[in-house]
Ligand binder design. Structure first.
Ligand code: FAD
Length: 399
């Protein structure tokens, strides 16, 4: 089969791969995106991604820069306040509540929340009009040979493509990472996360609420009203067997358990979706680059779902790689571009992975001394205004 040529081959059509295709295509390079799995773009379809993403300001700015945010903004719910609630025991008893306000930092909200299946639908709609982007769903990255000037990629079906840059956006078990011989350091917690949506009688008023208790965080993130009722996306972390039991529970029992775990803050919760189960790990790639190859997003780092860091950190990767590649438009995969990309991202990724790992360990612990640290830490961060502002800025992707 004859060999084709593209500027950039992206392996993986999850949200990170799709948004990468949009920004690199918009910058003028020819892009081929491959993914063996067809995209699911309806909330009630089999295999739908029922997680939501609270896009923080840097992620919004990246997408706004190419007009993509115009397609997403009408569906987004702003997050004006992040409320941290410390609870203990069962039924959970609230011990501390602290509200972090975006208005402390400026006029913008902390972020804007969208369901992942809906973001995927809208990005695909925009990509359908992108002249230099080809989406090859049903096609997998299988292997590559690299040399100084190109990567020769073999795809399922026998297609062979020469690319100046291969972007591995193919998730936590990245085939590109493996083909490049890059290892990964994985920490497991025996935890899983349930993702689902609910409606509730008490309005959320654009407050995102993270409720800590033994087992892990229970996070409610505001969505637009559904069927005339306030709605939220929930991520509920627990030890793996407990999550599997919750996922299999009949609806009324599950709703009662979730309402109890929410400390009744929004009244009785009504389940409005299926329940997705996700493993919770921290994983970092040993390197971000190899010859003609850059890893981004979950191919490079997986974080526990706390503080809306996962995809936001991923889009930080994409923004950095894009900015550096734009300085070398004739060869976006040249060695100096890749070396600069690795330097620009390694420290931030390592720092976020360390902080979220520690935070998750403290959040899930049932040990009394650790619970006391959690409670004291929450008060200390909140009650000292300069510390509070620094933590909020760092969480938003700032220094
Ligand atoms: C419960 C939960 C809640 C979360 N909430 C948030 C949040 O609020 N904010 C936030 O920023 N982040 C959040 N995250 C993290 C975020 O959802 C993920 O980081 C993100 O969805 C992963 O995107 P990705 O594109 O890197 O990987 P994936 O979505 O896993 O996409 C990888 C793609 O690669 C494809 N692929 C696999 N093998 C191949 C191959 N051989 N060739 C080509 N393609 C291949 C797969 O089919 C897949 O489509 C959350 C995570 C979890 C688990």
């Amino acid at each position: 089969m004859a060999r084709e040529t593209v500027d950039i081959l992206i392996s993986g059509g999850g949200l990170a791969g799709l948004i990468s295709a949009a920004v690199f295509g918009h910058a003028g390079w020819s892009v081929l995106l491959v993914d063996p799995a067809p995209p699911v773009t309806e909330g009630d379809a089999e295999g739908s991604d029922l997680r939501s993403t609270a896009f923080l300001r840097p992620a919004r700015d990246l997408m706004a820069g190419i007009g993509l945010w115009d397609a997403l903004a009408p569906h987004a719910t702003p997050l004006d306040v992040l409320e941290a609630v410390d609870s203990t025991g069962w039924p959970p008893e609230v011990r501390e509540r602290r509200a972090f306000r975006a208005s402390d930092l400026g006029p913008d909200p902390f972020g804007w929340n969208l369901m992942n299946w809906l973001t995927r639908r809208e990005v695909l709609r925009v990509l359908a009009e992108a002249p230099r982007v080809e989406l090859a769903y049903g096609t997998a990255f299988q292997g590559m040979l690299t040399r100084t000037g190109e990567a020769i990629v073999t795809l399922s079906g026998g297609r062979r493509v020469s690319a100046r840059l291969v972007i591995g956006a193919d998730g936590r078990n990245s085939a590109v990472r493996q083909a490049a011989g890059i290892g990964a350091d994985t920490r497991r917690y025996g935890q899983k996360a349930l993702a689902f949506t609910v409606t509730h009688p008490v309005p959320h008023e654009n407050v995102s609420t993270e409720i800590y208790n033994q087992g892990g965080a229970f996070t409610m993130v505001p969505l637009p009203d559904q069927n005339g009722r306030p709605a939220s996306a929930i991520v509920w972390m627990n030890p793996g067997p407990k999550v599997l039991a919750l996922a299999g529970m009949e609806q009324a029992g599950f709703e009662a358990e979730a309402t109890e775990r929410s400390c009744h803050l929004f009244g009785p919760l009504t389940l409005e979706s299926a329940r997705n189960v996700w493993p919770v790990i921290t994983q970092t790639a040993e390197r971000l680059t190899a010859e003609r190859t850059a890893l981004v997003a979950e191919a490079a780092h997986v974080l526990p779902p706390i503080g809306a860091q996962g995809l936001n950190t991923s889009l930080h990767d994409v923004a950095s790689l894009l900015a550096l590649a734009c300085d070398a438009p004739d060869d976006p995969g040249a060695a100096p571009v890749l070396a600069a990309y690795a330097r620009s991202r390694e420290r931030d990724i390592a720092a976020r992975a360390a902080v979220i790992d520690l935070f998750n360990r403290v959040c899930r612990s049932g040990a009394a001394p650790v619970q006391a640290i959690r409670r004291t830490g929450l008060k200390a961060i909140y009650d000292l205004a300069p510390v509070r502002r620094r933590v909020m800025k760092a969480g938003l992707g700032g220094a």
